[in-house]
Design a protein around this ligand. Structure first.
Ligand SMILES: Cc1cc2nc3c(=O)[nH]c(=O)nc-3n(C[C@H](O)[C@H](O)[C@H](O)COP(=O)(O)O)c2cc1C
Length: 414
């Protein structure tokens, strides 16, 4: 195929235009200062990511409630005092005529104990993960109203700072995904029970953000295709929510899983077994969530971004040519293959080779993967090169060490 579909532009429903079809998907940076603000480390990271040529960069989780961080190194956007620092970050990230959207989020029960012993969530359903997460308290009506205001205010500040869009994080088991899932939302009021009730928080937040930012500012939503858990949010429910999103947002990103089932890291395993030319059986493996796209296309005209596993130029180009999706999202290659992405976009590099970390103990592998990439992002943020040879076992403990020490530093400086 001659045409390079990755390099075609895309106009979103709000009128904003993305210069091409490659998106750097959200990756939590963990490098805020001790006041949870952006700083020169973010500038360095985003300058490098803008230089890859990707049309859209989506930031990692930026939090709307400082007591519910996803990482002690998150940025918290709660009031206008942060504007100058947000402006400097947006300016550093937009150097190549690219878009930069802020992923706004609330961690709910996935706030770790170093940040909060008893986080708030839809219901008191505890996360089962190494004892790192406290039993949540069920949110009151007042708490829910605060969350809605928090998202709308954060979006407004991001717009004022010069970011070119926001993405509402409703996937991966964070607060909005907790509300959507019958596994974590046991409420019997208007915020729980039927799917209409469970999706009310997401839909209300979209409405309030639209009011705050106006019709021309892009609003995206990251949604799970499913939680991949018994009793959790299902594909059918996801499709119903997508129908509700029709006409209300500018971009839908599909992902999947929660902290209890981190499917996007497990994809590597499927890819390891699939080092063959692209054929039908392999296609499914390269991009984990692409199967779901047909079903999404049947119920929605929303511009569609899919992230997870995309690595080969031909595969991405063909999926775009087939209209299976509108935008290709990648995360880990923006760390380990940073210097190759510009050439990949020009079809000069056929594949961004994946690095696969294995500890030898299966239950540690997701932690090793998470720790390894977290360490690399921190290196890039400090102006160092990624170091690909790092022990898997130490990587598997890195996140606990990092989160504990960063939370202590934040506390001591407050
Ligand atoms: C280090 C790291 C941090 C991540 N942080 C976030 C995040 O803040 N928000 C989010 O929605 N997804 C996050 N993800 C998931 C990615 O956006 C993406 O969905 C996943 O890595 C699969 O894509 P890939 O196969 O191209 O890496 C993170 C992934 C990694 C590796």
């Amino acid at each position: 195929m001659d045409k390079n579909h990755l390099k075609t532009s895309l106009e979103l429903p709000c009128g904003a235009v993305l210069k091409n079809r490659l998106v750097k998907s959200a990756m939590t940076e963990r490098v805020s200062n001790n006041k949870l603000e952006p700083n020169e480390k973010h500038h360095r990271l985003y300058k490098q990511w803008a230089a890859t040529g990707a049309g859209l960069l989506i930031t990692g989780n930026v939090i709307v409630d400082k007591t519910h961080l996803e990482s002690a190194g998150n940025i918290y956007v709660g009031d206008e005092r942060i504007l100058p620092k947000m402006k400097a970050w947006a300016a550093a990230a937009k150097t190549e005529d690219n878009h930069v959207w802020v992923q706004i989020s609330h961690a709910g029960r996935q706030t770790n104990k170093f940040c909060m012993m008893r986080p708030k969530a839809p219901s008191e359903v505890k996360l089962r993960q190494l004892g790192l997460f406290g039993k949540p308290k069920a949110m009151t009506e007042e708490d829910i109203q605060e969350v809605i205001k928090g998202f709308a205010k954060a979006a407004k500040i991001c717009k004022e700072a010069g970011f070119t869009g926001v993405q509402i994080h409703a996937a991966h088991g964070y607060l909005l995904s907790q509300f959507l899932s019958p596994h974590t939302n046991l409420r019997t009021d208007r915020w729980g029970g039927s799917l209409e009730n469970r999706s009310r928080l997401l839909m209300t937040i979209i409405q309030e953000i639209r009011q705050a930012v106006g019709p021309e500012f892009p609003i995206g939503v990251k949604l799970n295709s499913s939680d991949f858990q018994r009793g959790g949010f299902t594909e059918d429910e996801s499709l119903e929510v997508i129908k509700m999103l029709n006409g209300k947002i500018d971009l839908l990103e599909i992902s999947g899983g929660t902290y209890e089932k981190l499917v996007f890291f497990e994809m590597n395993e499927a890819q390891e077994k699939a080092n063959a030319p692209i054929k039908e059986s392999t296609r499914k493996r390269e991009a984990y969530f692409l199967d779901f796209s047909q079903k999404v296309r049947a119920v929605s005209q929303l511009p569609l971004l899919i992230t997870g596993g995309f690595r080969s130029f031909d595969f991405c180009n063909q999926a775009l040519a087939n209209n299976e999706l509108d935008l290709v999202g990648m995360a880990r290659p923006f760390i380990t293959n940073l210097d190759q992405i510009a050439d990949f976009l020009d079809n000069k590099i056929p594949k961004l080779e994946n690095l696969v970390l294995r500890t030898g103990i299966k239950s540690f592998d997701s932690a090793a993967e998470g720790g390894f990439y977290a360490r690399q992002i921190i290196r890039l943020a400090k102006g160092k090169k990624a170091r690909l040879k790092m022990g898997a076992l130490w990587s598997s403990n890195f996140l606990i060490y990092h989160e504990f020490t960063k939370a202590m530093k934040n506390r001591l400086s407050s």
